[in-house]
Write a protein that binds this ligand. Structure first.
Ligand code: AMP
Ligand code: GLY
Length: 423
């Protein structure tokens, strides 16, 4: 069959890699893709938000299945646009992708269905928000309701910071209409875990756990980024935590969406915080994590096409989802200066060494082909993933592998996966 993948980052490269392993697939296209994806798929120059052109392309090439990696097109209704034309597509419809697209919606859903999460209030008036902040406990968390490239969350230590935050989100509209409504929520502490799952509207199958490193600098210092590295599984995601989440969070979320007339088919990514009072949901995403996909998918044993199809056909209960009994670590190689400002266009060396190394992967994020050479083309350039028998081995392998690739201005964190030493 022919598969079209929509997106252009490291996550989409990891999806393309898994799709390429499927015995059912004869041809992969990716829109718009990147230089790495271009080695296993044919990249087409159509943007992820150009639904009409994507639909036309899928019809012209007789694509059997389209897989959407990114949040923006999902929240914008790409799945509805494909379904309307009778095309098969993997991902939630617009009325279900709202689980990620509106934090106010997801908080209200959790409250209504007793799913553990931080206490909160939603505000669409800056005056009301400020009034509430007068008597709040600090620190406190402000979140833009809509999509904000993962940057719409402000942790405010004082009332002054919080008031300035309301101005930034609601009046200055730093994230545009995403800040028309904000969520103000209780500050929680604990370890964070990412749990991805496949969902067919009724059945949910949990993937192996992972942990992201969102800050730019070692020791979780510096600015928030799209993610500087991941490890999987998380040793903090114990059997006890798993049992709790299965009982109170995972199926409860799927059932809640169904009860609301918004059946969710696709990936639900649970951003969890393991607090003293038990696991709580920090956020939902409606897609694979980036760079969580880069450590979770290489460990998946199933043919991913069969799992995608089961989600679409509502037969996920028949899939025995299995992961290798090992570990993986992904170290992101970024352009120095990310996430603020950085130069691009530098040639990348050493990539060919990954072609022959079993258990090592280099997923492209911000790269492009220029005069036949692969050059840097973004803040996050590559994600180097290595597997190992356990997390320590995987981490050692990933850092060895990260040395194989060189480019001017290469920057990485040196402590990805360090937390496992505390487990
Ligand atoms: P989100 O986009 O909701 O996942 O938020 C981004 C990051 O902000 C999370 O990964 C947490 O590190 C942090 N965060 C979000 N909500 C809270 C909260 N209620 N308490 C503490 N930290 C939070
Ligand atoms: N790594 C976090 C995310 O994909 O949202």
């Amino acid at each position: 069959m022919k598969v079209l993948i929509v997106g252009s980052g490291g996550r989409e490269h990891a999806i393309a890699y898994a799709v390429a392993k499927s015995s059912h697939v004869s041809k992969i296209y990716c829109a718009p893709g990147n230089a790495g994806i271009g080695q296993i798929a044919e990249c087409v120059n159509i943007g992820a938000m150009e639904f009409d052109r994507l639909v036309a392309f899928a019809k012209e090439k007789e694509i059997d299945l389209t897989v959407v990696g990114m949040d923006d097109p999902l929240v914008g209704g790409i799945v509805d646009a494909f379904e309307k034309e009778g095309l098969r597509v993997f991902g939630p419809r617009k009325n279900a992708a709202i689980l990620e697209g509106s934090k106010a919606f997801s908080k209200d859903l959790m409250k209504k269905y007793n799913i553990p999460t931080a206490a909160y209030e939603n505000f669409s008036s800056p005056e009301e928000a400020k009034k509430y902040l007068e008597t709040s406990k600090y620190p406190i968390v402000l979140k833009a309701d809509g999509l904000a490239l993962g940057k719409g969350v402000l942790i405010c230590n004082t009332k002054e910071e919080a008031m300035a935050g309301v101005n930034e989100l609601m009046l200055d509209k730093k994230f545009g209409d995403a800040g028309n409504t904000i969520v103000i929520e209780e500050f929680m502490t604990g370890r964070e875990v990412s749990v991805l799952s496949f969902v067919d509207g009724e059945t949910i199958k949990i993937m192996t756990s992972a942990q992201d490193h969102k800050r730019a600098k070692d020791g979780d210092q510096g600015l928030n980024t799209g993610g500087m590295g991941t490890f999987s599984p998380s040793p903090f995601y114990t059997k006890e935590v798993d049992e709790f989440c299965k009982k109170y969070i995972y199926q409860a979320t799927v059932d809640a969406m169904k009860a609301e007339g918004r059946p969710f088919q696709g990936i639900i990514f649970f951003g969890l915080m393991l607090t003293e009072d038990g696991p709580k949901v920090l956020e939902y995403n409606a897609r694979f994590g980036d760079p969580e996909a880069q450590v979770v998918l290489p460990r998946m044993k199933n043919d991913i096409i069969e799992v995608f199809e089961a989600c679409i056909d509502k037969t996920l209960d028949r899939i025995d989802l299995q992961f290798e009994d090992n570990a993986a670590v992904c170290v992101v190689l970024a352009s120095d200066g990310y996430p603020v400002s950085y130069e691009k266009g530098f040639e990348i060396h050493g990539l060919e060494q990954f072609e022959t190394k079993e258990g090592y992967y280099v997923f492209h994020a911000g790269t492009k082909l220029s005069d036949g050479k692969i050059v840097t083309n973004g803040g996050r350039v590559l994600g180097v993933t290595a597997k190992g028998a356990d997390l320590k081995q995987a981490r050692a392998n990933a850092y060895e592998a990260a040395k194989l690739v060189t480019f001017e201005n290469k920057y990485m964190r040196s402590d990805i996966g360090k937390a496992i030493d505390e487990a």
